[in-house]
Write a protein that binds this ligand. Structure first.
Ligand SMILES: [Cu+2]
Length: 337
């Protein structure tokens, strides 16, 4: 009886393996999010995959935060997502390294984008929206065995999704004491996040929230927003500039303080102020690890991690992150006399 069960297990194992050997189509995802959309895994899941030449990988986009699936030509300077390859290439495009392939900025949850790989090689996968979101596709000759089947990748992706989205390192509350001192300073933490490196590339997780969404001050006082996130954000009051990108400059009423922070003065609830791109200082110093591929990075023209607003007039002042308000990244400043 025991011998028979062992034999059955071997047959099952063999059939799973042969199924993987002949798989023509592979599934992966671009990004993952928590139920309230606040926590965003900026990651290809899985971010390293081995397939045979001639096979296809289909990426699904399950998040409200947009991503792209992009394969640049070797040595191609990383373009902005608005520039693309230039442009986008259709679903089902083939990539062999000779021509750039780009899904473009996918904003619709549930979109699929497939890429076929006719030739063996190792191909770097990037998201043009998030610098720290990369992956690797290994395309082997059909004669070579593949190390994993789809079930392996599904399991790995589920585990990484869980690890990234439940990551305590990105929790907003780092201690009551610190929070109280921040309230004394009228300081608001703008998102939190961290980078994770894997053999296939770089992933990150960001909490797309203002950590003290409502703050109450007195007229004449100043609020400071501090970014410690690997993702960039904005602080935007009133009318937001059209088609905001990381390159969109601050509004004309924003000036620089002696310490380099940006600063604006708001006198009325009808004032409009746009901070421009605010990100942790690692962005400017190059302290953030970059993708290992020889892909030149175009960084946003930034390096500003602090933004201040002085409020002269009592009232309620709602504001948003122009990139992530759709994920719930909003706040308000209540100014008392
Ligand atoms: Cu944001």
């Amino acid at each position: 009886m025991r011998r028979k069960l062992t034999w059955l297990a071997m047959v099952c194992g063999a059939s799973v393996f042969s199924h993987a050997t002949y798989a023509q189509s592979w599934q992966a995802t671009a990004g993952a999010q928590s139920q309230d959309k606040g926590r965003q895994a900026l990651a290809f899941l899985p971010n390293e995959i081995w397939i045979h030449a001639g096979e296809t990988i289909t990426w699904t986009f399950p998040t409200d935060e947009p991503h792209s699936v992009t394969f640049l030509k070797p040595g191609q300077v990383r373009p902005s997502f608005t520039a693309g390859c230039p442009g986008t290439t259709p679903d089902g495009s083939g990539f062999d390294g000779s021509v750039c392939v780009n899904s473009g900025r996918i904003t619709t949850v549930g979109t699929n984008y497939a890429v076929t790989f006719p030739s063996p090689g190792n191909y770097r996968l990037v998201c043009l929206i998030h610098t720290n979101m990369t992956g690797l596709v290994h395309v082997l000759p059909p004669s070579e065995p593949l190390p994993h089947d789809q079930g392996f990748y599904d399991h790995q992706a589920a585990r990484e999704r869980h690890d990234l989205l439940s990551d305590h390192a990105a929790q907003p509350n780092s201690g009551e004491e610190e929070e109280n001192s921040l309230i004394d300073k009228h300081a608001i933490i703008v998102g939190t996040g961290k980078l994770v490196s894997t053999p296939g590339g770089i992933q990150s997780v960001s909490l797309m929230r203002f950590m003290q969404p409502t703050i109450t001050i007195h007229a004449g006082e100043t609020v400071e927003w501090d970014s410690s996130d690997v993702s960039g954000h904005t602080i935007t009051f009133g009318q937001e500039p059209p088609n905001v990108t990381p390159q969109t400059p601050p509004s004309a009423n924003v000036f620089a303080d002696p310490d380099g922070a940006r600063h604006a003065i708001i006198d009325s609830t009808s004032d409009s102020v746009h901070s421009g791109f605010i990100a942790q200082a690692g962005h400017e110093r190059g302290g953030v690890p970059q993708a290992p591929a020889p892909v030149a990075q175009v960084q946003p023209p930034v390096g500003v991690s602090r933004f201040r607003v002085t409020f002269t007039t009592p009232g309620t002042y709602p504001y948003i992150c122009a990139f992530h308000d759709g994920l719930g990244m909003t706040g308000q400043v209540i100014v008392e006399p």
